[in-house]
Design a binder for this molecule. Structure first.
Ligand code: NAP
Ligand code: GCO
Length: 271
């Protein structure tokens, strides 16, 4: 690879704040950014225990340029204070990855309003709060990257995930609106839409049944994925680095689906 191309994908000289990156997809994206030369990884979780476990996991992975904080992304005051703390303790935020997210798998008519609201707050309002907190410095610098972690549910629905699909569909349009409102400041806001990834969030969908058989959803998703398997978080590394780097400076408002082809595939025909 020639030096121009290598430089285009390099994250050297920049800091990235990845929300909810103690484990799962956020942790994998952080590792990818480190491999791409990032100066500092900043992450936050909703509680002290997972933040500490996250710092330990980074250390075990040999990553030391990492800074962990406790901050609920739905708490606007706490997020604004965190951004000030990051500026004081780490430096500017060049890249924001809105990764923190939850899901509640409950039939809509059985879901309490408070449960529906919590999913919307974490998965949609949280990315708005964090993006609004970092955009001013990106505007002043006339450079910035915001990556929103979307979902298959940004495009598709399924039983029991009404709040999550509403949030992720909204996150797709928030992505496009941030692109529209701040593109003139050389801020690119894109979505990364993972397919079905083997993380703690999807572990319940892969659990073996009491008779040792595969979870029905496990078999279903493998039939809906052309490669016939769940994806692993590290398969998001290249697309995430692309969206965080100057290689994507002319890409804005785009949702890059990393789904192994699920959205293109009607599903494996029954034998
Ligand atoms: P995960 O394993 O459950 O991790 C979620 C992360 O978000 C954890 O670090 C969690 O930390 C943090 N978090 C949750 N609520 C928070 C809050 N209020 N404030 C701060 N941090 C919070 O999930 P994942 O599978 O890695 O998913 C990460 C993102 O990818 C989510 O947005 C998810 O919707 C999306 N996604 C996942 C898949 C998949 O198949 N796994 C596919 C498409 C999209 P604590 O709870 O410890 O605070
Ligand atoms: C579910 C899963 C999915 C994944 C992901 C798919 O219950 O259907 O949790 O929603 O998390 O969002 O892209």
């Amino acid at each position: 690879m020639n030096s121009n191309m290598a430089n285009m994908f390099s994250l050297e000289g920049r800091n990235a704040w990845i929300t909810g990156a103690a484990y799962g997809i956020g942790f994998s994206i952080a590792k990818a950014f480190v491999d791409a030369g990032i100066d500092n990884i900043i992450f936050n979780t909703s509680n002290e225990e997972s933040m500490r476990k996250g710092l330990e996991a980074y250390r075990e992975a040999g990553i030391t340029n990492v800074h962990g904080y406790v901050c609920d992304v739905t708490d606007e005051t706490a997020v604004k204070a965190l951004v000030d703390k990051i500026h004081a303790e780490v430096g500017p935020i060049h890249i924001l990855v809105n990764n923190a997210g939850i899901i509640k798998r409950i039939p809509m008519h059985e879901m309490a309003r408070s449960e529906f609201q919590r999913v919307i707050d974490v998965d949609l309002v949280g990315p708005y709060i964090c993006s609004a907190a970092v955009v001013p410095e990106m505007m002043e610098r006339r450079e910035g990257k915001i990556i929103n972690i979307c979902s298959m549910m940004s495009e598709l629905g399924r039983e029991t995930v009404s709040a999550y699909a509403a949030a992720k569909g909204g996150l797709k349009m928030l992505t496009r609106n941030i692109c529209s409102e701040y593109g003139e400041y050389n801020i690119q806001c894109n979505g990364l839409g993972p397919g079905y990834i083997a993380t703690p969030q999807t572990a319940p969908l892969r659990e073996r049944q009491s008779d040792g058989s595969r979870h029905p959803f496990d078999s279903f998703i493998c039939a809906k994925t052309p490669a016939g398997r769940w994806l692993n978080p590290d398969e998001l590394a290249g697309p995430a680095v692309f969206l965080a780097s100057h290689a994507s400076d002319a890409v804005n408002g785009h949702i890059l689906y990393v789904d192994g082809g699920i959205l293109a595939y009607i599903g494996k025909q029954p034998k």
